[in-house]
Design a protein around this ligand. Structure first.
Ligand code: B12
Ligand code: SF4
Ligand code: SF4
Length: 258
């Protein structure tokens, strides 16, 4: 696995697509976190339950027959992108570039990992780039965060974002392969185990950060968030959109809150 981690880190560090010339060449993403899920983990079948994701959620073998493992990764936003978005209200321009240009880079990384595995004699599919991948209004048939949970990368939070060792401000990706990679141990079983609201009954900082009033003590209203990001923000900042106020200037921005 080490040689793949090294190649991936090198790609993230050196790719020009991970830089924003408009902001003096700052990096979009810092060094990623990687983990490996077992393609036969029974939790993939659990994702088909309506209260988890839904019956449409695909299994690793639907993307790649004979799949054995999934490389799941978290790309934390750079300090510059996170810092810029700490102001309240409208999203920082740097964050909007992080959302759009950042996802373009993320797609290049997905492609890179797929090719890296294939070059090493394995079969591999970058799930979100596959024609089988479907995105709906408030879900998809391959949820990167649920895959990250299975791979042991972290847990959800009150804001329903996913909190890793490097925080919640960032983006995810995954690649399915038939390579027999060693699986990462899933240390936390509580799906909200990294959020102080659930572990100590304290925090709730993401509630007041949300300009759409989508986050309450009961959790997050996905439709309110969607209407804000793809309504107000998209209209004002087209061709970019995003928000991420709940992921910045909060105790889980760049680490698991203590
Ligand atoms: C649709 C979508 C949206 C929708 C709805 C999101 C949602 N479901 O809450 C809208 C437009 C609102 C949205 C908004 C945003 N999004 Co979005 N979005 C997606 C997309 C395409 C699919 C998400 C999906 O399939 N969700 C499935 C549903 C079912 O998830 P859920 O309801 O949260 O799941 C709950 C249940 O499963 C429950 N549960 C009940 N029983 C059980 C049992 C088990 C075992 C488990 C595990 C869970 C579980 O726990 C979960 C949490 O409560 C993903 C990309 C992808 N392919 O994954 C990006 C993604 C989730 N978005 C992302 C981001 C960054 C954002 C924004 C910050 C926008 C921005 N970039 O500025 C906001 C943040 C919203 C937030 N607070 O989470 C990131 C997540 C980053 C992170 N740290 O979590 C993703 C993963 C994109 C990426 N490639 O990185 N998004
Ligand atoms: S800001 Fe606080 S309450 Fe909200 S998700 Fe992060 S740790 Fe949990
Ligand atoms: S992304 Fe913005 S609108 Fe959506 S929940 Fe987070 S703070 Fe609220």
């Amino acid at each position: 696995m080490d040689k793949y981690v090294q190649a991936i880190n090198k790609f993230v560090e050196s790719s020009p697509a991970n830089r924003l010339p408009k902001f003096g060449g700052i990096r979009i993403f810092a060094e990623p976190l990687l983990a490996v899920a077992d393609a036969n983990d029974p939790m993939f079948i659990q994702l088909k339950q309506p209260e988890v994701v839904g019956p449409e959620h695909l299994l690793p073998k639907d993307f790649l027959p004979g799949a054995k493992a999934i490389i799941s990764y978290f790309l934390p936003f750079s300090e510059e992108i996170r810092r810029a978005n700490r102001v309240p209200g409208l999203p920082a321009e740097e964050w909007l570039y992080g959302r759009i240009e950042g996802e373009e880079f993320n797609n290049e990384l997905r492609q890179f990992v797929e090719e890296l595995l294939i070059d090493n004699g394995a079969k591999a599919v970058a799930t979100s780039l596959s024609s089988k991948f479907q995105k709906y209004q408030v879900k998809s048939n391959w949820s990167e965060r649920h895959v990250a949970f299975i791979a042991g990368l972290g847990t959800f939070g009150l804001h329903k974002s996913f909190i890793t060792e490097k925080g919640a401000a960032g983006r995810f990706g995954s690649v399915v392969t038939d390579l027999d990679l060693p699986t990462t141990e899933r240390k936390i079983i509580d799906i909200y185990g990294n959020c102080s609201w659930f572990t100590s009954g304290e925090c709730g900082a993401c509630i007041s950060r949300c300009p759409a009033g989508a986050i309450t003590e009961q959790g997050k209203d996905k439709l309110k968030c969607r209407e804000y990001v793809h309504g107000k923000i998209e209209k004002e900042f087209w061709p970019r959109y995003g928000c991420g106020k709940c992921q910045t200037n909060v105790p889980c921005e760049e680490s698991i809150p203590g």
